[in-house]
Design a protein around this ligand. Structure first.
Ligand SMILES: Cc1cc2nc3c(=O)[nH]c(=O)nc-3n(C[C@H](O)[C@H](O)[C@H](O)COP(=O)(O)O)c2cc1C
Length: 305
């Protein structure tokens, strides 16, 4: 294969691998364009949550996770790329371009992270009573920092404040007919490839210090009586509240989440709270083992999806 067609294949494969990236309500609001010498990431306007996310913050964070996945997929195949974020102010849907590609040796760390992409998922069940090792928190924090963002681990008071904010956000959202209709849309798209199937939503609210998002309908995911007492809550944020920072927050979320997956730590983003005040993303980190009475092992088993 010529170097040119190798590059085109690698770009197309990176775009496909990026399909594993997490996105708000599994909306996957991105589209890739494979060019002979570059890969472009574009947002898809009709997958934006018009009611919950009118400014496109969660859309940009979601696209940022896909961008980070694509960067790793290329690095795993030995391709180094220059990342241009928001390269054309006149084209607001063009979020990033991966360009100036050169081939070197495959990056083993990136290869490992690509494997983590296949098993990473959002598990909304309560977590085990085993504390998250401090070394794991440090490593996840480093991964976020390396992407230019910060992960602030919350102390007890901050966690209670977050719990109150999340509860308030749920009440506000439950009373808003547009937000309810939007959630109903994304939770009733079984078989469409996007949206949240019943299997990933709890049968009943899990017992957590900070309430998880109220999806407005029960799912079929059994949750045990466990409580996430040992969960660690954190806030992921950048320096600015602008599109470029939102994109980077998504890249950092992906970096932290894949690192967590590698370390057996589960992550649940809690973004309902940022649909009210303007902060980037909230994550709950916890061990990946379930406290459910069935003693099922969660986390890295893709068949549990
Ligand atoms: C920006 C962003 C915000 C999210 N917000 C929430 C949330 O508030 N509550 C929740 O349970 N999951 C949340 N998620 C997780 C998504 O629902 C999940 O990534 C998506 O359904 C795909 O499923 P997967 O992560 O298992 O691949 C969020 C994900 C992203 C990227």
């Amino acid at each position: 294969m010529s170097q040119e067609s190798q590059l085109t294949t690698a770009l197309a494969e990176a775009a496909a691998t990026a399909g594993h990236a997490p996105s708000v309500h599994n909306s996957q609001p991105w589209r890739w364009r494979v060019l002979p010498d570059a890969l472009e990431l574009r947002s898809v306007a009709d997958r934006q949550l018009a009611a919950a996310d009118p400014e496109g913050r969660l859309l940009a964070i979601s696209c940022g996770t896909a961008l980070h996945h694509a960067r790793l997929a290329l690095a795993a195949e030995g391709w180094r790329a220059v990342v241009q974020r928001l390269p054309d102010p006149a084209d607001s849907e063009l979020l990033a371009r991966l360009t100036d590609l050169s081939h070197t040796t495959a990056d083993p760390d990136a290869m490992r992270m690509v494997q983590c992409m296949q098993v990473r998922h959002t598990d909304r069940r309560p977590v085990s009573d085993e504390p998250v090792p401090p070394t794991a928190i440090e490593e996840i924090t480093r991964a976020v920092t390396a992407e230019g963002c910060r992960l602030q681990i919350l102390d007890r008071d901050e966690m209670l404040e977050l719990a109150a904010t999340a509860g308030h956000a749920d009440t506000v959202e439950a009373e808003d007919p547009e937000l309810r209709a939007e959630l109903a849309y994304w939770t009733s798209r079984a078989g469409e490839g996007t949206g949240l199937p019943a299997e990933v939503l709890p049968e009943q609210p899990a017992q957590t210090t900070v309430p998880g998002r109220d999806f407005g309908r029960p799912g079929s995911l059994p949750v045990g009586p466990g409580h996430d007492r040992m969960a660690v809550y954190a806030m992921l944020h950048g320096d600015e509240d602008e599109r470029d920072s939102w994109l980077r927050a998504g890249e950092a979320l992906s970096a932290g989440w894949l690192t967590a997956t590698r370390l057996g730590v589960s992550v649940v983003p809690l973004s309902a709270v940022v649909e009210v005040p303007a902060i980037a993303a909230i994550a709950v980190l916890s061990t990946s083992r379930s406290a459910s009475p069935a003693g099922m092992r969660l986390g890295n088993d893709p068949s549990a999806r």
